[in-house]
Design a protein around this ligand. Structure first.
Ligand SMILES: NC(=O)c1ccc[n+]([C@@H]2O[C@H](COP(=O)([O-])OP(=O)(O)OC[C@H]3O[C@@H](n4cnc5c(N)ncnc54)[C@H](OP(=O)(O)O)[C@@H]3O)[C@@H](O)[C@H]2O)c1
Length: 231
């Protein structure tokens, strides 16, 4: 049994991660603004906004075996319509929030058993896509953070990123809220569907687990083949 900290386990990919950990018999603490509800394995829910609130008083015990940072943004607009403040907001949620959380819980990770950190990029970092300039800039920084920390914290703490394509969660709901949008999105993917939260959660739980003990500093595409296949 391992003990994890999920920043955002209340909805979307984070809730799917919580379900898998629960089924595996692992334990976890969730920090999020809304309540994740009761689920086996949940040690405690700490209601907090990790961007706005102080985190220094949070008690997660002496050690954690892994941490997942889930807050993210999908702010898609033509470059001419994006304000500098949009770029700042995307950087704040995707990068600075992760930095704040990792600074806070680094001592706990260091004391964990084969500790592992997972963060999220997007398929739109490696494959240029129109209207993604703000989110792709922020997620590109997440990829840099993943690789830098993986190097700095080796061999003790593993750090990896997942680069999903469009996945059916609240965050992506505006991109999938009509049948036409959904079908167009499905057709864009070589595997002819959009992602489910469980697709990304399965990779997350692999990266958290001891099964991936020789994997660090990677950005793994879970994207229905979009980043690598032309069919
Ligand atoms: N869905 C996609 O299509 C897609 C594609 C590419 C990359 N990604 C990335 O994958 C990650 C997870 O995405 P998702 O679709 O699962 O997102 P989501 O549905 O918006 O869920 C995000 C989770 O983070 C928590 N959270 C957000 N802001 C927070 C804050 N300030 N303080 C504390 N908790 C916060 C939310 O809980 P509360 O609201 O309760 O606080 C929720 O549990 C993100 O980094 C996203 O950028 C997603």
């Amino acid at each position: 049994m391992r003990n994890y900290l999920l920043i955002g386990g209340s909805r979307g990919i984070g809730a799917a991660v919580a379900n898998i950990l629960s089924a595996q018999g692992d334990e976890f603490t969730v920090i999020s603004r809304s309540d994740p509800g009761s689920i086996a394995g949940l040690n405690q829910h700490i209601p907090r906004d990790v961007i706005l609130d102080d985190l220094s008083d949070i008690d997660v015990g002496k050690s954690i075996d892994g941490l997942v940072y889930l807050p993210g943004t999908i702010n898609l607009k033509p470059f001419r319509s994006l304000k500098t403040s949009d770029f700042e907001e995307d950087f704040k949620v995707n990068v600075l929030g992760a930095v704040k959380v990792l600074k806070t819980f680094f001592p706990h990770l260091k004391k964990g058993h084969l500790p592992s950190v997972v963060m999220y990029s997007t398929v739109a970092v490696n494959q240029g896509m129109p209207f993604h300039s703000s989110v792709a800039s922020a997620k590109g920084a997440v990829e840099g953070l993943v690789k830098s920390l993986a190097a700095e914290w080796a061999p003790t703490i593993r750090v990896n990123g997942i680069a999903p394509s469009l996945t059916d969660t609240d965050l992506a709901s505006r991109l999938l809220d009509t049948q036409v949008k959904k079908e167009n999105a499905e057709q864009r993917h070589p595997l002819r569907r959009v992602g489910e939260a469980s697709d990304i959660a399965a990779m997350t739980c692999f990266l958290l687990s001891e099964k991936s003990a020789w994997v660090s500093g990677q950005i793994i595409g879970v994207d229905g083949g979009l980043s690598t296949l032309k069919v």
